[in-house]
Ligand binder design. Sequence first.
Ligand code: C2E
Ligand code: CA
Ligand code: CA
Ligand code: CA
Length: 278
Amino acid sequence: VKGNGKNNYAYYSQDLTAQLTKRVSIERALHAALKEGRLQVYFQPQINMVTGKLTGAEALARLTGEDGRFIPPDEFIPIAEEIGLISSLGKLVLEKSCAQARQWLDQGTACKVAVNVAAQQFNDHRFSETVVATMKKYNLPSQYLELEITESALVEDFNSANLTLEALKRSGISVALDDFGTGYSSLSYLRSFKLDVIKIDKSFVKDVTCDPQAACIVKAIIGLAKSLNLHLVCEGVESCEHEALLIKLGCADAQGYLYSKPLPVDDFNDYLVRNSLN
Ligand code: C2E
Ligand code: CA
Ligand code: CA
Ligand code: CA
């Protein structure tokens, strides 16, 4: 890069300062949220595209910054991982999700909840115990809880990951492999681990109607899921065109802005009640 070196440095250091300030404020917001339980959980409906019926909800963490605005998960989750807070954060989301699923059961609008689990959290040797204890605490039948992990949770220690998955399976909790297709060795994971669901990453769904290669990949993943007897969910369904093509390719379950954005609990509740009347 040519130009005035001094000036470049000034820009660079300004940029660094801004980044650092942001980072510090996210860390502060994380600590505060975990201390005061201020972390919110939003819920995004999962839909059967063929019947239009609700099949569940994904729980998504929401963190408010000091300025009252949301900090995107893609910013605070990696920081929580880095500074060792992701397991506490995940525990809190799990706790709130189980409490919510219990409440939905009690009000007669039962809804399964899918909770994201970070690699670090999944690899804690007490993880499955914690999950089972939380379900017990709320007297939540296991069919109402699903866990979403990514490949990164499975790479660290094959044996312990398998033990954890087996323990979850024994407890009747299903496990989804999230962001399917974006990793490196998804196929071998499907063979080695006892999973129940795969979630096709939204990057494939996004291009499925305009890029024949993306459509081929989605089609192949759907075939794979069928032959391995895995349940399949498409994420990022944003248009009727997406929906029509995915149904044609053989996928029924989906999540995406076409149906709803992730909703605060009260709005999701309205959605649930409306859905139960249909
Ligand atoms: P994810 O698990 O893949 O979650 C799906 C993301 O896609 C969510 O973003 C959701 O709002 C977004 N999404 C849903 N439908 C559409 C759509 O039609 N179009 C587009 N463009 N996006 C859609 P969100 O809530 O910002 O979360 C981002 C990521 O942060 C999540 O990706 C997940 O990896 C992570 N995350 C969120 N909450 C938690 C949590 O409690 N624990 C952990 N470990 N990670 C979390
Ligand atoms: Ca997820
Ligand atoms: Ca995903
Ligand atoms: Ca993701």
